[in-house]
Every structure is written in C-alpha cells, then in structure tokens.
Write a protein that binds this ligand. Structure first.
Ligand SMILES: Nc1ncnc2c1ncn2[C@@H]1O[C@H](COP(=O)(O)OP(=O)(O)OP(=O)(O)O)[C@@H](O)[C@H]1O
Length: 277
C-alpha cells in the first residue's frame, strides 16, 4: 500500500502551562513525539492529559509554552490550521454522525481541511476537480480495506457495535491524510478482542503509513505493548518519561496510580521543582 503521507511529523511540546481561572491544569510540561513513533501520554484521572491534547490540537491556548510541528512553532495556528498541517484527532467519546453511513462519515474527514464544501463533496457536484475526486476515492478505498470495514461501508454508524464505531472514527481521521494522529483513549470501553484489533490497526498505521501517533490511554497493557515512548502526567506535571519498561518500573509512577507512597510529598516535590524552574 502506498503511504498517504511520506512520513510522520515530529511533535514537540515545550514548557506548556495552562490554567482555568486559578486552577493550574498543566505546569511547564515538555515532551516530544518522534516522527513515525507511538508515544503515549498517561496519568491518573484529572492529571491533565485531555487538556494537553486540547493545547496540542489548538482547542486551548496555553498560558505559556509552545507547540512545534516538525520544528515549526504552531502555537498561534488555530485548530483547523493545525488540521491542515496534518494533525488529525479522535475523541474520547465517539464524535461521528450516527445517522450517516460509514462511508459518508469517512468522506467528511477529508473535508476538514479542503476548500470544497461538505455537501458538494458528498454529492460530487461543484468545482471539486475530477482528478482529485478520483484520488480521494482511492484513498477512501484503501482506508476501508486497511481497517477491514468494507462489509459495513453502507451501514448507518448508529447500528454498529462500539468497537466498530471506534474503527470508523479512526478511518475518518485517516481520511484527513494526517502526518500525526492524536488518539484520545482509543480502546476505552472496548472488550479484549476489540482492543487487540485496535492495537493492531494503530501499529499498522505507524508501520505501513508512517504516521506519528500520540495517544492518551488508560489501558496500561495496550500502552506498554505498542508504545515506543511514554510520558506520565500527574497533577498537571510530567513526573516520568521514557521507554515503557522504564516508566513501568518507576516508583513515582506506581505511587501516582496506586495512591501508595505519599501523595503530599509528591505534590511538595512537584511544587518545589516548579518554583525552581
Ligand atoms: N474546561 C475546563 N474548565 C475548568 N477546568 C477544567 C476544564 N477542563 C479540564 N479541567 C480540569 O483540569 C484538570 C485536568 O483535566 P483533564 O480532563 O485534562 O484530565 P485527564 O488527565 O484527561 O483526565 P481523565 O483521565 O479523567 O480524562 C481537572 O482538574 C479538570 O477538572
């Protein structure tokens, strides 16, 4: 299969902080997702993972820090501009048009950053160039083959089991021809078989399409199995980072998750680090 993007993009998060009123949600967080790798952002509930995703994709503007895509500062680029630069995102809760078919949902993915309007795109009218249309159709066909969803292409999304809906969401994100894919809890609510399928597809997106993957995920089995790199947030700060085996054995990470150790001491250390930064 030919890759829709030549290679994945590098993402750098540089000293990002975010506050809602007086609440500091992210504090001076830096990490990097290397081109063509799978990076996982993990941490207990409320650690700031989704907020970080929102800063990366341009939904939130950090109070400090920068987001760089292939070394280019995109901090002032709006969400749709970042999408046009190759950032695609899936959401924690499925954000598909439930009454529409699988194929039409996938088609909508491509219109995120094209000038062609959605209705023109769906009904193949207007100024959309024929050649581009053919190329797009080819890409959609490849995505449908790749994710093994040909048998449901004309089914309304609402009729599909949860795991397949998540797969359609991935298909729609791929239709944007991303260079980096941000996946917010891609296997949340899935059974074991669905999780294993999704793990395989994520790895295939990386290996066959060269797309960089950044995912927020609570399923530690999946994170440790498929990530090249893991960054851990707790109380809005990065507490650990590295290859899965190192992060897995980090006592501070265990303490953050299990509540063992002394959370007050950890909080004090994080605050002291922040004050000294
Ligand atoms: N729009 C908002 N306004 C105010 N506070 C917010 C907003 N979004 C998030 N927060 C707060 O920021 C903190 C981090 O939330 P966030 O959703 O980023 O964490 P998370 O690590 O993604 O959690 P989870 O794993 O439960 O999804 C929480 O205390 C949350 O209540």
């Amino acid at each position: 299969m030919s890759a829709p993007s030549d290679r994945g993009a590098t993402l750098e998060v540089e000293r990002v902080s975010l506050a809602f009123g007086g609440l500091k949600v992210l504090r001076d967080v830096s990490f990097k997702a290397e081109a063509g790798s799978v990076t996982a952002l993990i941490g207990p509930n409320g650690a700031g993972k989704t907020s970080m995703f929102n800063c990366i994709s341009g939904f939130y503007k950090p109070s400090q820090g920068r987001v760089l895509l292939d070394g280019k500062d995109v901090s002032n680029v709006k969400a749709h501009g970042r999408a046009a630069l190759g950032m695609a995102r899936s959401f924690q809760n499925i954000a598909l048009f439930r009454g529409m078919t699988v194929l039409d949902n996938i088609k909508l993915g491509r219109h995120t950053h094209l000038k062609t309007n959605i209705l023109q795109g769906l009904f193949h009218i207007g100024p959309a160039a024929r050649e581009e249309e053919a190329l797009r159709a080819e890409i959609e066909r490849k995505i449908i083959d790749f994710l093994e969803i040909d048998h449901i292409r004309n089914k309304p999304v609402a009729m599909l089991p949860y795991g397949l809906q998540k797969r359609v969401e991935l298909a729609r994100a791929l239709a944007m021809q991303p260079r980096i894919l941000l996946l917010d809890e891609p296997v949340a609510g899935m059974n074991r078989e669905e999780t294993e399928d999704m793990a395989r597809f994520i790895l295939d997106v990386k290996e066959e399409w060269g797309v960089t993957i950044l995912m927020v995920e609570h399923d530690m089995g999946l994170v440790m199995d498929i990530s090249d790199h893991v960054a851990v947030l707790n109380f809005g700060q990065k507490i650990a980072e590295g290859v899965p085996s190192v992060v897995q054995n980090d006592p501070e990470v265990a303490a953050a998750y299990l509540g063992s150790g002394d959370p007050a001491a950890l909080m004090r250390r994080l605050q002291a680090e922040e004050a000294g930064a």
